[in-house]
Design a protein around this ligand. Sequence first.
Ligand code: ZN
Length: 113
Amino acid sequence: MHELSLCRSLIATLEREADARGLTHILGVELGIGCLCCVEPEALRFAFETVAKPACLEACALTIRRQPARARCLACGRHYEVYRWLDACPACAGEARDLAGGDELIIEQMEAR
Ligand SMILES: [Zn+2]
């Protein structure tokens, strides 16, 4: 399962961050996941809750936010947000676009002590 391996690397990253900063308890993490990223937030959350975690992450709450990609319509120049691959320009329904983002997975915030 894709989300499980993603979850393991997330845990490894958080543990490394905690070690590097001398933090013993990570209380909460906020993840930003691009809407065009092939990750199921619920599957990732489930993996995070069930997988074995190091002590510093035992009480960690995971918050996941989906982030839309940004697009610029090549027909009319309108900037808009893309939540799904098939989203077309809201102004002219054009499908040709420059696309930026939407495929990232970012640790946006970490609450720890
Ligand atoms: Zn357009």
